[in-house]
Design a protein around this ligand. Structure first.
Ligand code: ADP
Ligand code: NI
Length: 217
């Protein structure tokens, strides 16, 4: 039997963990992913506690901010859930979700898949596209002191980060290396439908962006 306070306790823990996080990765990102998760899970058969905890804990220690160490987040989540006396099965599943949710992880061979991972991964991907996705990308680029765009290197030809000075690709490239690919990687029907609208919004944004850049709009 899981602790009845586990969700409010997890929310308090995550808020505390992320209090100094960068704007695209803060508590409000978690809250949006949590809300997306609940929306998608309504039309899917899933273990609700697992998807809720997965959404809340999926970014507690992003490897980008822990010297690339991908084991910090899953370990931290396991310790937290053990202290909350969560069921062994719930803990193992939530930790696997955190380990396998990232875009990078989903490229290579997959160690783990479940309906619950599918749902939380879609919810996280939805927050990377559309208007919010655009805002997050430029926020991250600003945080990393990146150029917005560099017309000397056409983004459509972007292949390797080495093409750029200091390996710092302008933020607009992130659309081609990741954001525009996400709609075809959605796992659930509900996620796919929402992704399509957000994808169109990004395409419109890019058209407008280049038009303004060239002074034709
Ligand atoms: P997640 O929330 O799934 O952990 P990431 O950690 O990959 O997502 O990235 C967090 C946010 O920062 C996302 O909105 C993502 O698009 C953005 N981001 C990541 N890498 C870059 C980049 N190189 N340029 C611009 N934005 C980026
Ligand atoms: Ni996330």
């Amino acid at each position: 039997m899981n602790n009845p306070d586990i969700i409010p306790n997890t929310i308090a823990f995550v808020k505390q963990q992320l209090k100094d996080a960068e704007g695209g990765h803060d508590w409000f990102h978690i809250l949006r992913v949590y809300n997306n998760t609940m929306l998608i899970a309504r039309s899917e058969k899933a273990d609700m506690l697992v998807v809720q905890l997965g959404a809340l804990l999926h970014d507690i220690a992003d490897s980008k901010f822990h010297n690339g160490d991908e084991s910090v987040g899953p370990k931290m989540a396991r310790t937290f859930l053990e202290n909350e006396n969560a069921d062994r099965e719930t803990i193992d599943h939530v930790v696997k979700i955190i380990e396998n949710i990232s875009f990078k992880g989903s490229y290579g061979k997959l160690a783990f898949r479940s309906r619950e991972l599918d749902i939380v991964q879609d919810a996280d991907r939805l927050d990377a596209i559309g208007a919010i996705g655009i805002a997050r990308a430029f926020n991250y680029g600003g945080f990393k002191n990146r150029e917005l765009h560099n017309p000397d290197i056409p983004p459509q030809q972007y292949k390797t980060k080495a093409a750029y000075k200091n390996n710092k690709a302008p933020t607009i490239n992130h659309f081609y290396e990741k954001l525009l690919l996400l709609k075809d990687r959605m796992n659930t029907e509900t996620g796919r439908k929402i992704a399509e609208e957000r994808h169109r919004f990004m395409e419109d944004f890019l058209e407008q962006f280049y038009g303004e850049w060239e002074g034709t709009r």
